[in-house]
Design a protein around this ligand. Sequence first.
Ligand SMILES: NC(=O)c1ccc[n+]([C@@H]2O[C@H](COP(=O)([O-])OP(=O)(O)OC[C@H]3O[C@@H](n4cnc5c(N)ncnc54)[C@H](O)[C@@H]3O)[C@@H](O)[C@H]2O)c1
Length: 289
Amino acid sequence: MEVNKVCIVGAGVMGSQLAQLLANNGYEVSMTDIEDRFVQNGMNAIKGNLKKYFVDKGKMTQEEADKVLGRIKGITDLKRAVEGVQVVIESIPEEMELKQQMFKRLDEACAPETILASNTSVLSITAIGSLTRRQDKVIGMHFFNPVAVMKLVEIIRGVKTSDETCQVIKDMSAKLGKETIIVNKDVPGFVVSRLFLVFCNEAVKLLEEGVASAEDIDKGCQLGLGHAMGPFKSQDIVNGIPVGLHSLDYMRDELGECYGPSPLWRRKVEAGELGVKTGKGFYDYSQQQ
Ligand SMILES: NC(=O)c1ccc[n+]([C@@H]2O[C@H](COP(=O)([O-])OP(=O)(O)OC[C@H]3O[C@@H](n4cnc5c(N)ncnc54)[C@H](O)[C@@H]3O)[C@@H](O)[C@H]2O)c1
């Protein structure tokens, strides 16, 4: 299957970056969301990113940036947004029922051959696609933030995903300049999120047990393990505290008690200490401008 037109569902943090990546690589893109203002927010984010990271840095002329932007159509109506697309990438909030209902709607609205991919970080691909009549064409296509920088796409096979679907998504990822790993068994968190969440949870347990400070645990991970950023700083920055709690609860429910979030993690969410955006997470940002 030749892929030249893709629909992105959800114009938020990830969806807008995905639309930009695809358009940058020559794909025609439609980007949709529940309301026009969210679509416009996504378009503005793309415009800003193209200017800041490409035009201002001399990597693209303004004319080239305009061409990239011209390949992205913001369309609120889902039926119109999926017209003529070979692949849909869903990037709406990480809630099973929301995604299941979206996949049901997509199944009804899309041409029979269209592949339905989800950018979920942890949820079962098989369950997300369970209400569709095309489970062989449902697949996980997990990108990482920031999308333009992170080289990996984690491809997750649902129980019924066909080899052909997997190959199309693998080829498409390569055309986007990404490396892929294939997750053959649809388990919560797949490979990367599962490892990272367990790692972060262990860091929170160390903090809770008073073994070391957040600063020193982060420093240990950076200087001892070569991580670009420690677990506390990264959770604070990417809104990982509420999202991570939700994901760990899901992993505990599906995989067993040992995946359950540390009590301190839950306290942070209950206290509204969600990271940089609330002025406090594992670190205090209230004195910063
Ligand atoms: N943020 C990250 O770092 C990251 C990284 C990898 C994967 N993910 C995954 O990507 C997905 C999206 O995450 P995000 O951070 O971009 O979320 P986000 O909240 O920034 O964006 C979600 C968008 O989906 C829209 N939306 C909600 N319901 C919708 C519907 N029914 N139809 C169309 N649009 C709808 C919202 O209005 C919002 O604009 C999640 O599954 C998340 O787990 C996120």
